[in-house]
Design a protein around this ligand. Sequence first.
Ligand SMILES: Cc1ncc(COP(=O)(O)O)c(C=O)c1O
Length: 388
Amino acid sequence: MTLASRMMNLGTETAFEVLARARTLEAQGQEIIHLEIGEPDFDTPKHVVAAGIKALQDGQTHYGPTPGLPQLREAIARNSGEIRGIDTNPSHVVVTPGAKPIMFYVILALSEPGVEVIYPNPGFPIYESMIRFTGGTPVPMQLFEEKGYHPDLKDLENKITDRTRLLIINSPENPCGSALTKAELQTIADLVKQHKNLYVLADEIYKDILYTGEHFSIATFPDMASRTIILDGFSKSYAMTGWRLGYGIMPEELVPPITKLAVNSVSCAATFSQIAAVAALDGPQDDVAKMATEFSQRRRLITDGLRAIPGLSCPEPEGAFYAFPNIKGTGLTSAEFEDRALNEAGVALLSGSAFGEYGEGYVRLSYANSQENIQKALDQLNKFVKGL
Ligand SMILES: Cc1ncc(COP(=O)(O)O)c(C=O)c1O
């Protein structure tokens, strides 16, 4: 078979590959602690599940409008107005099966050969994968360990050219766990406004898991809502990864092309998931707060535990549920560490190099697992590293 040449440029998300390798070892009787996959280990809140079941029983099993059910688009606009303080309305909202399609569609809609797209590195691997897929030029915005995995904004300024059409930011960040400050976002907004044709894709999917201060969206600054596509969803905030539901809030002129990409690919998100999502947004938020508190305790446990392992250093995560320790002191490459941690320590984690060139020398551990399992993983990793 001859595949289209563009397929050569498509990357992947290795979390799913490591998960498959871990499952194979488990099938052979080995015990593995899963710190590779980025999904909350909590159940979806009960009232949300009940709303989904009721929707199914009420016969909400048909296609819906491509950009989303009107009641969900309204709830998203209202919620975003309340929590982000932006003045938006349902006509700016597009609902998709998971938040990933928003990333896919926005990059497809804006990037092409001759266009540059700036993205965080280490960063979520799908950004670079999609930029390459479209023939655009990926321009990494490096996040520095010594800055707590924040970017150098002078460096960013130098990277923006007349060819830059999109700047991707992700705060709180996967895999580094850093969160941009309001002052940093202000500087980025000022830079963006100096360039007429430059837009921001603000991936805010981890906004509810933040350990210091309050989430702030770049779209809130004057004149930035018309330059920003906010990406958010239900996977992380409401432990709804399997319901596949996310959304974008974008300048109105982008809604028709993004909707066209959705109609060409998925038609619409599942109707019952959307009805459950209205209950998630409009109902009690106690579960969201409870999950964030639990993640905060695990963060303490994992950061302290990793720092106690010889040869490892680990900046304090500010948000999300990932620790990104430097493992250079072990003498192993990231890929070797990933492989040997799985086979010799029984801990599934991800090589930092899976998150871009600047991830080499690091690994990512997702602490979406119980404190008991995290402690066990830390003990096993400590023993493994000491035995190297
Ligand atoms: C930074 C980032 N953005 C977006 C997504 C996609 O989320 P969803 O499961 O809603 O497609 C993820 C999922 O891991 C993520 O880490």
